[in-house]
Each structure stands twice: as C-alpha cells, then as structure tokens.
Design a protein around this ligand. Structure first.
Ligand code: TMP
Ligand code: ASP
Length: 258
C-alpha cells in the first residue's frame, strides 16, 4: 500500500499527504466534483480512479518526450507518488478552440476555431475567484520570475502540441486545458520548473471529433450527466481499460504463426 504520512492539504478534488521519503508526496484523487469555484458540488463515484489513471498516462507520455514533471509513479487505484514542489500560483490555460469563459469574455461562439493557440493565465486565489491576469502582473508581483515564465511558455507549447496529437490519434479534439507548474528544489541548489498537478478530463475540454460529444467535466458543469461514462471512454481510447470498463490494459494481439 502507499505508506503515506501526515495529511498536508485537502483541495477540491485531491488530498495531499507526506510521502514515504523526504521530498515526496502522495496525491489521493477524490470522487468530488466541483465547479464555479466550489459553488456546485457532487460526489461522482469512480471519477477519482479514472483521473488518477488518465493523468498517470499523460504525465508518463510527457516525461518520455522530455517534459520535466513532478510525477513519479501511480501507487494504487486512487493514489500517486509525486515529487514535492512549490506550486507556482498560476493556472495556465491553453485554448485551441473557443469554449467556456473565453466565449463569454470575447463574444465568441463555442466551437469556433481560434486564429492560433492562445495561452492565458489565472492567478490561483480562490477568494478572488482565480482572476485572469497578464504576464505583466505575473512578473511585477513576482508570482513567477521572467525566466520561469519563459520556461512555462516553452513547456506549455510543447505540451499542447503533443497532447493535441495524442488525442487526435484517438478521435478526440483537445479544445482547451489547464495546467500548473511547480518549482523543484534540486539537491545541488538548482531550481527547475516542472509540470505538476494533474491532466485529466477534469482539467481539459475533450470533444469527440466525429460527433462533437463532450467527454470532460463540462458534463458536470452543464448538468448533462454521463460523466463517468465519458471519462471511461477517454480511458478506453487511450488503451487504459477494456471496452467493458472492467480495468486492466488491452490484451496485446498474439502473433499467430504458420
Ligand atoms: P474556462 O473556459 O472555464 O476558463 O476553462 C478553461 C479550461 O481550464 C477548461 O479546460 C477547464 C479548465 N479549468 C480547470 O481545470 N480549472 C478551473 O478552475 C477552471 C476555471 C478551468
Ligand atoms: N475547478 C473549479 C471549481 O471547483 C472550476 C471548474 O473546474 O469549473 O470550482
């Protein structure tokens, strides 16, 4: 099991515990769904397990292409081991297609392709409702240094390119997503910027390319139902569970000789 230590922090969808070794944490994925800064709340059985698995998969793939991440390994159905980082207080949002808050803000129609991918930043502060901020605010208030912001932009562009292709390969349009970064204090005194938190259908908009069906948390935000089925479909297409949702990787096809 997970040898987790003291509980350090409980967020809206996850709980953080001290990890088994210094510099590590155990992240527990809850079934809690919230939206609109916690105003809307529901427990959706199975969501945490799916997000843990999907986020593990995505962080592993990103690690393989050289994106530094805080992820170490999945421990069990609901928990993963991660490196302890200092979270940079920004929600970094990438938009490829207009949806959600940008539609309201700029009068765009949902589904309208954007002229190019756009990166936005929100200052992580629940009391303020995570306001949209500009790069100027970020460096002026020292939420991140210019160097860190540069790392964030470069990494975010690579992450968007990779994930757009990954999802397109399974018939899903990556409409937008939110990521977070942290500072990892290395033993040699260096600090590096790493991808942290999670990437899951809770933090992305994912639309089926053929039907336009929503396969993400908008199903909850908009009271559409079917959230677990949608997340299960994403996991199934990524090859993480069998068609019947019973868990376990796809059996590999056997080579038949003769
Ligand atoms: P938005 O359109 O509501 O600004 O959301 C943009 C993307 O960021 C969308 O994929 C959902 C994700 N997101 C989060 O993960 N957490 C949040 O708190 C918010 C507001 C959005
Ligand atoms: N996660 C945020 C909340 O709990 C907002 C959202 O995802 O819509 O309120």
């Amino acid at each position: 099991m997970s040898q987790k230590g003291r509980r350090l922090y409980e967020g809206k969808a996850k709980i953080l515990y001290e990890g088994p070794e210094p510099g590590t944490l155990v992240v527990h994925f809850k079934d809690d769904a919230t939206a609109f800064n916690g105003e809307k709340f529901e427990v959706i059985e199975g969501k945490g397990v799916l997000n843990n698995r999907i986020s593990e998969y995505i962080f592993t793939r990103l690690g393989e292409i050289g994106i530094p991440t805080a992820f170490i390994k999945r421990l069990n159905m609901r928990e993963q081991l991660v490196r302890k980082v200092e979270i940079i207080p920004l929600e970094v949002i990438v938009r490829n297609v207009a949806a959600g808050s940008i539609c309201k803000r700029l009068g765009l129609k949902e589904g309208e392709p954007l002229p190019r991918s756009i990166i936005e930043y929100c200052f992580k502060d629940d009391a303020l409702g995570d306001p949209l901020v500009a790069e100027e605010h970020i460096t002026a208030f020292n939420w991140a240094t210019p160097r860190e912001l540069d790392d964030i932009v470069q990494l975010t562009i690579r992450i968007n390119d990779f994930l757009t292709g990954l999802f397109a390969g399974i018939g899903i349009r990556l409409v937008d997503f939110k990521i977070e970064f942290g500072r990892e204090y290395m033993p040699d005194g260096m600090v590096r910027t790493v991808l942290a938190d999670e990437i899951s259908p809770d933090s992305c908009r994912l639309w089926d390319m053929k039907t336009g069906e929503k396969l993400d948390k908008d199903r909850f935000r908009r009271d559409m139902g079917g959230l677990v089925d949608a997340y299960t479909e994403v996991a199934r297409r990524l090859g993480l569970i069998n068609g019947n949702g019973s868990g376990g990787p796809h059996p590999k096809p056997k080579l038949v000789k003769g």
